[in-house]
Ligand binder design. Structure first.
Ligand code: PLP
Length: 548
């Protein structure tokens, strides 16, 4: 073992106090300042080369080949590299094999370009290194966080000025919390819903203390369920798993032809569940505002009415679609969101923040009291410590990034991004419809759409074919689209993702579809046409034979 680590070490480098002090260097003297600036300069310019490239999910070097260079598991005793060499290595050896999600040709996922000022802001956050878990390690950040949370809350819930004055800096109440992402935000929402459903009472100390078994006994309940469209994000299954509700109790509801949750199906499902088992508890109904696969939005007002009728928590998963509220033109698509008891929004999606930032908003500023924890040495009761009501303990000051971004962009700036995404997606849908080779599967409501290769001739055939014939055609189409997506990805010029959906023409099997997410302001209809051209070319030269 000794021999191994010595051979890795840089011959001139030893781990000693002198060197150690140097890595804690601050830009105090002229010389150290110049050094630090030089490094920053190299990082920014070095990575710019990377950002100029195509999307680069290239299989010129496969993941398997790459992984062979990353099998050494011994930490060397002495330093292996100087900072300057580490920076070179990251720029020259790592970045070229990372994915250029900022490319305007990268239209497959919800991760995309970020404004460059985010890199500056992230640097400040790292330099300040505040820990928002407690006031003693964050101070002013805690009040900035409360303020920016109130701003977004206002965008969602639009309460009165006096409401916001009463709560914006109120240490007893919580309008929302910063978390890691949509998954944790959804978890926090259902955690609060669960604890509110099974509160302490005489002879029972509450579900948080006594656990699920005791809670069900105390309240004479057999089973808790959560109802959401079949397009619900899979994080919801994780959350009920973690909460002890059991992920088989996420009940997927069918959707209508617009991919919105089918309200009749919801009503029928509730009636059936209650009839089957009178001791059932409907813990929550969830509406999606921007489904991950199709970008569609559920009828939130109707869901709110049904939730109220059954006295159940109404959560809206707006991880993706939340910032649509910036757009005066399109915010009506989220009509009814203000009726939600809780709303998930992701910062690292359409707020264009760097990884990783999620948020949860609450209609009732007291709603998170049921998940409050107090540790004597960290947060004393009645303190402003923000770690009291979040799952995570230590966390970074994402509020400073969001607050600064809102100031730099303005609501109108964000609205321009949202409008561009929605309108470019609509134009893209038009182009897809124009081309005989393609079939638009889910028209965009927000900025996500799905389509597939399915020549007009075959579309016609599907209309009249027998069930058996249809399944056969579906199988062939799946093969074509699956391969198309892979070939295009491997070529490394552009990237669309793929998913599977249940289509009317082939209800038994899942159909493979191509999925585009348009959020990069640099993605134009010209670029999207190039992507379609490339797909046509791949089909005509390599895949045509797969279709009869
Ligand atoms: C992305 C997304 C999530 C999960 O969010 P993460 O930030 O990846 O944890 C949940 N719901 C929806 C609708 C999403 O789009």
């Amino acid at each position: 073992m000794k021999k191994d680590t010595d051979s890795k070490s840089h011959p001139d480098l030893v781990a000693d106090w002198e060197r150690l002090f140097r890595v804690f260097i601050r830009p105090e003297g002229q010389a150290s300042r110049a050094t630090l600036i030089k490094y920053m300069d190299r990082i920014l310019y070095g990575l710019n080369d990377f950002l100029k490239k195509h999307v680069g999910i290239t299989e010129a070097v496969s993941l398997k080949e790459l992984s062979q260079n990353f099998t050494d598991t011994i930490i060397s005793d002495h330093p292996e590299k100087k900072l300057t060499d580490v920076i070179s290595c990251l720029i020259k050896e790592i970045a070229p094999y990372a994915v250029n999600v900022a490319s305007p040709y990268f239209v497959g996922h919800m991760t995309s370009a970020i404004p460059f000022f985010m890199v500056h802001l992230k640097t400040i956050i790292a330099a300040l290194n505040q820990n928002v878990v407690k006031i003693e390690t964050s101070k002013i950040v805690s009040v900035v966080e409360k303020q920016v949370i109130a701003k977004i809350h206002r965008m969602i819930y639009d309460q009165t000025e006096s409401f916001y004055q009463a709560h914006v800096q109120n240490t007893e109440t919580t309008l929302g919390v910063f978390v890691e992402g949509g998954t944790t935000a959804n978890l926090t929402a259902l955690w609060a819903a669960r604890n509110a459903k099974f509160p302490p009472k005489k002879g029972f100390n509450g579900i948080e203390t006594e656990g699920v078994v005791a809670a069900y006994q105390a309240y004479d309940i057999d089973r808790c369920v959560v109802l959401v469209s079949r397009l619900g994000h899979y994080s919801l299954r994780k959350t009920v798993g973690v909460l002890g509700i059991g992920n088989q109790n996420i009940i997927p509801l069918s959707t209508d032809e617009n991919n919105q949750v089918d309200i009749n199906a919801l009503k029928k499902t509730i009636a059936r569940l209650k009839k089957e088992n009178p001791k059932i508890c409907i813990l929550a109904i969830i509406g999606i505002a921007g489904a991950t696969e199709t970008g569609t939005v559920d009828p939130l007002e109707e869901l709110a009415t049904i939730s109220a009728k059954h006295n159940t928590h109404f959560h809206v998963d707006a991880a993706w679609g939340g910032p649509t509220l910036f757009s005066q033109k399109y915010k009506h698509l989220l009509k009814g969101i203000h009726l939600a008891d809780s709303v998930t929004v992701d910062g690292h999606k359409q707020f264009y923040m760097p990884m990783s930032c999620g948020m949860l908003y609450l209609k009732n500023p007291k709603a998170l009291d049921v998940i409050a924890y107090h540790a004597k040495y960290v947060n004393r009761e009645g303190s402003v410590d923000l770690g009291i009501k979040t799952l995570s303990g230590s966390r970074e000051a994402n509020s400073l990034i969001l607050d600064s971004a809102l100031k730099i962009m303005g609501a109108k700036g964000y609205a321009l991004l949202i409008d561009h995404g929605i309108e470019t997606a609509a134009a893209f849908a038009k182009e897809i419809k124009k081309r005989k080779l393609f079939q638009l599967i889910t028209p965009p409501v927000l900025n996500i759409l799905t389509y597939r290769i399915c020549p007009a001739k075959i579309q016609k055939k599907l209309d009249t074919a027998s069930v058996a014939q249809r399944e056969k055609i579906c199988h062939q189409l799946n093969q074509v689209n699956r391969r198309l997506q892979r070939i295009q990805r491997e070529a490394g010029f552009s990237f669309v993702s793929r998913t599977t959906l249940k289509l009317k023409t082939s209800p038994k099997n899942s159909s493979v579809v191509l999925r585009s997410v348009i959020m990069n302001p640099m993605t134009t209809i010209t670029i999207l046409n190039e992507i379609l051209d490339e797909q046509e070319k791949i089909f005509n030269t390599q895949l045509k034979g797969l279709l009869e």
